[in-house]
Write a protein that binds this ligand. Structure first.
Ligand SMILES: Nc1nc2c(ncn2[C@@H]2O[C@H](COP(=O)(O)OP(=O)(O)OP(=O)(O)O)[C@@H](O)[C@H]2O)c(=O)[nH]1
Ligand SMILES: [Mg+2]
Length: 202
């Protein structure tokens, strides 16, 4: 089982987002999430066809000839690649638990980090906290998703401003992991497909 954890400062939007990923109808303009004191677990089943090609029949492989032996080997390697996941369990660890987040870092394969782009007071501190997570030795091979949340707010920071405040260019120079970045609002459903596609990667 791929273990994915979801971290981020208090009230950054983790619960709201994971609820929407689990059941899109669960979150709208009027919904409210209470602070997570401890952890929540979400079982996210991916909607079919978020890629557009999940159900398309695959064309039959061309007949093998002696000359394309190497190509066949590469094709075989490709076949051995793990298929995309159909569902995943995500563990949200509340922002109030930040001092003990590291107790949950064993066996983690994926990490989502949620930042509230509408909270100017929090965003720089969120960057420092993110850096401290990425520097953790147990997380050097982990797949990282940076979620810029609450994109429906008119007074949010735009992507480039938010990345500047998080000091992303400096951070990228100092860390080993590749970071995927998505802009999201579970309220307007913007960006959810990007998260599903990232979560699907085995
Ligand atoms: N408008 C809007 N509000 C949001 C969005 N995401 C979260 N909120 C609001 O922000 C509040 C806090 O969000 P949560 O999802 O509970 O935040 P959290 O990161 O889980 O917080 P902790 O559990 O305390 O760490 C929610 O009650 C929502 O009202 C969003 O994308 N748009
Ligand atoms: Mg929460």
């Amino acid at each position: 089982m791929v273990l994915c954890i979801c971290l981020g400062p208090k009230r950054s939007g983790k619960t709201h987002l994971l609820k929407a990923l689990q059941d899109i109808e669960q979150v709208d303009d009027n919904s409210f999430s209470t602070p997570t004191i401890g952890t929540n677990i979400y079982n996210i089943v991916f909607p079919i066809d978020t890629n557009g090609d999940d159900n398309k029949p695959k064309p039959p492989p061309p007949p093998a000839t002696e000359t394309d032996d190497n190509e066949n080997k590469t094709a075989e390697k490709r076949k051995k690649k793990l298929p995309p996941l159909k569902s995943i369990r995500v563990l949200e660890i509340g922002g109030a638990m930040a001092p003990i987040w590291r107790q949950y870092f064993n066996d983690v394969k994926k990490l989502m980090y949620v930042v509230d782009t509408s909270n100017l007071c929090q965003i720089s501190a969120a960057g420092v906290l993110f850096y401290s997570i990425l520097a953790e030795p147990r997380l050097q091979k982990v797949r990282i998703l940076l979620v810029l949340s609450k994109m429906d707010y008119a007074y949010r920071q735009m992507r480039n401003e938010a990345l500047l405040m998080l000091q992303m260019s400096k951070l990228k120079r100092e860390i080993r992991q590749n970071i995927t970045i998505v802009e999201v609002s579970p309220v307007t459903k913007v960006g959810l497909d990007g998260i599903y596609n990232w979560l699907k990667i085995p």
